[in-house]
Design a protein around this ligand. Sequence first.
Ligand code: GLC
Length: 431
Amino acid sequence: MRNRKFSRYSSPLAVASVLALALSACSGGSSGGGGGSAGGGDAGSNVDGRGPITYVQGKDNSNVVQPMVDKWNSSHPNEKVTFKEQSDSADQQHDDLVQHFQAKDANYDVVDVDVVWTAEFAAKGWLQPLKDKMTIDTNGMLPATVKTATYGGTLYAAPQSSDGGLLYYRKDLVPTPPKTWDEMMGMCSTAKKNNMGCYAGQFQKYEGLTVNASEAINTWGGKVVDDSGKATVNSPESKAGLNKLVEAFKSGNIAPEAITYKEEDSRTAFQDGKLLFLRNWPYVYNIASKTDGSSKVADKFGVAPLPGKDGPGASSLGGHNAAVSVYSKNKATALDFLKFMTSAEQQKAFALQGSLAPVLSNLYSDSALTSKLPYLPTLLTSIQNAVPRPVSPFYPAVTKAIQDNSYSALKGEKSVDQALSDMQSAISAAK
Ligand code: GLC
């Protein structure tokens, strides 16, 4: 089944806007050099160029990118890669890419695309379709990751790392991790006794809040959009889910400061010993396990599935794909670099050095990895059961609708009913 959630045909307005985007992408292609030198006038058509390229990605918290680039550079002296590192906030990374695409910047050759941006960037004509001479082999990749890189039946990026939410817990204080949310809330007395916060995820108003709010909604049986792309978030199930987060903020079971947390703030709180439970991505595992004194919990934490309503919860599907900009002049080099990043060797290195989630299915049962990364089977289940966020060329408006309204509910500025009703209207109006 294709990626049809939040279908681009969901409203006449959406159809018109997508057509306009597609037309402007085409006319950009045929205007033949009128648009300045940055991307060349025939963006997309010449895929044979070779030479130095730049790889653009958000902050490399796990320190895996420069080693990869160094390795590539040592064997490609005439096609060297320069790593341009962005900030650690998903929203800022997005806006930086948009600015550079709008300027037809030929220097953003290969860009890291969060799974939720594929539709928007592809619809705008900014990503080189990976077909014909630009084909990559996706056999062996987790189907869910390939789907996140595909739009309208065309592959636009190479799945580079996947992501599924995990529950990090203090096994020295809670020997058996909670299976359900209510069970976890019941364990918050242990946090109190130990003078620490109980639970945190990512609740600042940014993409991470969309992830966390959607997880609560999906876990209680709600759906942000249905299979045809229609907004369906205003339901009793979504209310039950969002309410769980609101109640936990009210009771203090979610530490009040978590309203300012992004991934890194919450990771730091956990590894400083200030939290009993943390929802975060797999990258935290390696950093929190360091025995150089930077983590106070190095040998004191375990990893479990996200706790849900009656059993495991539903993670939002995360992850990152590497795409070639249509404005790149060295697309043949860019393609080889994509193949290098997704090779088994490099995917193993990402997992071992950065505990990132591989995109290749067979690595989840590779004994060299499972012996060092015991949480891999839990992660695979998280990814396989994860729920994709809405797929839409107008995703920025969709995520804003989710962020703004869930944030107001968590802060107690709007009732959950009002927040969901406003969220539904704003998603339906997204353009
Ligand atoms: C992680 C996920 C990504 C998500 C982001 C939110 O990077 O891989 O999909 O959008 O976190 O902060």
